[in-house]
Design a binder for this molecule. Structure first.
Ligand code: ADE
Length: 225
């Protein structure tokens, strides 16, 4: 199958396997990597919901992907340590009001539910890799959360386990196309008053890649419906 993988960093594209050249279509940079019986189409989302939604639409319409996996960074909204993971069992916007506006169009909901088979495959890999994880809600908005009060109000409103900036758009546009998806979010900071300092890009990216690259490789090599 053709598995679309939405990633955050260009370095992920280069390290997953034997990719050909990095190409660009509709402003989305991607590479195709044969892994097992699948082809992983690894695409860079860019930051924020619009970039992420456009990336998924390109993966589906132009690059003919049949399922979407997203792995990325998130701010903690539960008891995970940095480097732990949230395996999404529900995905929502935290910056969309009123919520029922969104459910007037396909897929007819403002809560997006990941595919159970993809989740099970992801869960098994997280366990095998020894990564501490929680099942939970991912809440997305076009804002880096670094404020205790704001974080508390998002948790109260959504019941989320982490906050980030792309997941709901990835989920939304996957389901709008009738395509299954799965989100795995690695905790990079606590989304609190100190989050800006915790988010040290260089340290973070190198340790993040140690999780994301083998995770993507294993998922793409083995997954089938
Ligand atoms: N991605 C990683 N950390 C985040 C935060 N604190 N807020 C939003 N997106 C994030």
């Amino acid at each position: 199958m053709r598995l679309g993988v939405v990633v955050a960093f260009e370095a992920e594209i280069g390290r997953i396997g034997d990719q050909g050249e990095i190409k660009t279509v509709c402003g989305v940079r991607y590479a195709e990597v044969p892994l097992g019986k699948n082809t992983a189409v690894i695409a860079l989302s860019g930051i924020g919901k619009v970039n992420a939604g456009a990336c998924v639409q390109v993966l589906v319409s132009v690059l003919k992907c049949e399922a979407i996996l997203n792995i990325g960074l998130a701010g903690n909204a539960c008891d995970l340590p940095l480097g732990g993971a949230v395996l999404a069992d529900r995905v929502v916007y935290h910056d969309l009001f009123p919520e029922d506006f969104i459910s007037q169009d396909a897929p007819g909901t403002s809560e997006f539910i990941p595919d159970s088979r993809m989740r099970e495959a992801a869960r098994q890999i997280l366990e095998d890799m020894g990564i501490e994880y929680r099942n939970g809600t991912v809440a997305s908005g076009d804002q880096f959360i670094s404020d205790n009060t704001l974080k508390a109000s998002i948790i109260q409103k959504t019941g989320c386990s982490c906050v980030e900036m792309e997941g709901a758009a990835i989920a939304h546009i996957s389901l709008k196309n009738g395509i299954p998806f799965c989100l795995v979010k690695i905790i990079s900071d606590n989304a609190d008053d100190d989050a800006g300092e915790q988010f040290d890009e260089t340290v973070l990216i190198s340790s993040y890649l140690e999780t994301s690259v083998p995770f993507i490789r294993r998922f793409a090599e083995n997954f089938s419906f």
